[in-house]
Structure formats: structure tokens, C-alpha cells
Design a binder for this molecule. Sequence first.
Ligand code: MN
Length: 203
Amino acid sequence: MGKFILPDLPYNYDALEPYIDALTMEIHHTKHHGGYVNNVNNAIAGTELEEKSLLELMAIASKVPPAVRNNGGGHFNHSLFWTIMGKDKGGEPKGKLADEINSTFGSFGQFKDLFAKAAATRFGSGWAWLVVKDGKLVITSTPNQDNPKMDVAEVQGEPILGLDVWEHAYYLKYQNRRPEYIENFFNVINWDEVENLYKIATK
Ligand code: MN
């Protein structure tokens, strides 16, 4: 048993059908996320890094071995990703987050377009993010398994929404059609959880 543990999904593998298929979810969770957990555990085993929390590892990503940065990042990113999706979700945010999205991006539709563009134009493997930085909302993207909690990130802050655009996240169902996967992601976003993360990030 390693230091970090693969969390259970907060729903069944078929919960996000038809937008994200059950087989993709099962492989993504057990094989990909499970792999990141095993690999980061192996990479820190017997070293001083074993004493550090996941967030502490993210904060020193520039100084740790690539296996710790990549697999620790993978564990962090997927742990967040599962929670900001859900069954019978989608729609639009409410309350303060909705107000902030409107004042920052003009409208929910414009936010959606900008977020989708960040996800579609991330070359190769990576993530698109909605981040709270100094109390403000910012859209950004990262390569590989980097994230906004890392000291190497271009935009550093609190990620409240993330979209995995690695091919393993969509290829079984969408093949090369990443924009269609991104469009359908908006049908499964759990805005209640994103609003909760926004509240914590702006406390
Ligand atoms: Mn993934």
C-alpha cells in the first residue's frame, strides 16, 4: 500500500452516458488514474518526498523528479476532474460564480467559447482550467499533467474547473473529434461542486 490512494468515483461508470461512455470512464479511472497513483507512490518511496502532501509536491514541481511531477500531477488533476462532473448535471452556474463569470467574460456563452477554445487549442496532451487567481477568474491550459497548483504553471491559482484533453479521455467514443467531446463536457459539469470550490477559493 502506497502513500496515495485511488479515490472511488462519486458515481457509477455509466453515469455520464451518453456524453462520456462507461468503458472510457472505467479505463480512465482504473488504468490511467490508478497508474498515476501507483507511479507517484513508487517514485517517492524511500525518499524525503514521501513526507510531503500532494499539494506540497505540486508547489515544488520544478524541483522534483519528472516521475513525481507527472504522476503526482496526474493524481491531483483526476481527483479534481471526477468531482466536477456528475449524473444529470450540466446547465449553468448560479449565484456569485454566475455573476463573476458574466462580469469577467461578458456572458456564460462567451465563457464557454473561451474555455472550449483553450481546451481545443492545447497542443498534444494536457488540460484546460478555470482558475481563481488573486480573487479573479482566469481561463488557462497546461501541458501533460501539469496544473495551476504547480510552481511551473504559467497561471498559478486555485483550479475550480478542469477538463482533461488527453486522447485517453475521449478517443474510444470521439476518436479525433476533440471539439465534440469538449462541447459534450458541458452537459456533465457539476456546477454545484464548481461553485463550492469557488467559494473556498475566494474565502
Ligand atoms: Mn486522464
